[in-house]
Write a protein that binds this ligand. Structure first.
Ligand code: ADP
Length: 212
């Protein structure tokens, strides 16, 4: 959906005319502004698509009464996790902390998801989990990640159809950087994706740039 928070002068004029006189036809709006219907068409299309105006066949345009903030909120609540997800990076629960550090660097992610031999989610590893394990005197190649990971059932997860705004709230509330996107099966949870603070930031920028 296209939306513009910044309306140009003519669009503001149209909005005012419709507010005061709606329902009103495109022809009548054009007359009031001494413009042709064709000239107005793009502005009317923008105002309608952005949700400021509604158009009913044979009735005309009317003002929806929604403020820019209301429309922004409505658009925000249309964004699902699946629209901004990233590919998950998973490691097996038996790999060493050393291998997990290498994977984190090579894959350029801040969170790894840990799975068992049946590919079901069993844990999460963050940068600090790996750093914490590294400041001890243990041999990193001989400690398996399942000793140091945050484990089920304490993993905060989400599904691909969840709203991004709800995930953002969970990230803040739990003070974490990422959530696994999972699919529930009879045996447990399969990891389908990853959603991070970066994904939420991208959605935030896209909202401002109006490209939903
Ligand atoms: P960092 O440790 O790099 O600051 P986080 O803030 O994401 O990264 O992680 C903080 C702690 O929360 C770590 O111990 C990590 O294992 C845990 N954690 C991270 N993501 C989740 C999650 N989705 N569910 C449960 N615990 C998590």
């Amino acid at each position: 959906m296209v939306r513009k928070i910044e309306l140009n002068k003519r669009q503001e004029q149209i909005l005012q005319i419709v507010k005061d006189n709606g329902p009103i036809t495109g022809e009548q709006i054009a007359e009031r502004l001494s413009l042709t219907r064709a000239t107005l068409r793009p502005d009317l299309a923008i105002l309608t698509m952005a949700g400021y105006l509604d158009a009913r066949p044979r009735v005309g345009y009317f003002y929806t009464g929604k403020s820019g903030t209301q429309l922004l909120t409505e658009n925000l609540k249309k964004i699902a996790v699946k629209d901004y997800q990233s590919i998950p990076v998973v490691v097996n629960e038996n790999v060493s902390v050393y291998d997990a550090v290498v994977t984190m660097f090579l894959e350029d992610v801040g969170t790894l998801f840990v799975v068992d031999s049946g590919s079901l989610l069993v844990g999460v590893l963050s940068r600090k989990d790996l750093l914490r394990a590294s400041i001890g005197k243990q041999e990193l190649t001989s400690i398996p990640v399942n000793i140091i990971m945050t484990r089920m059932p304490n993993i905060t997860m989400c599904m691909k159809d969840d709203l991004l705004i709800d995930v953002a709230k969970k990230l803040i509330e739990k003070q974490i950087d990422a959530l696994p996107i999972v699919k529930e099966t009879e045996k447990g949870f399969e990891v389908q994706g990853r959603i991070t603070k970066t994904n939420v930031t991208k959605a935030f920028v896209a909202l401002a740039d109006e490209d939903l």
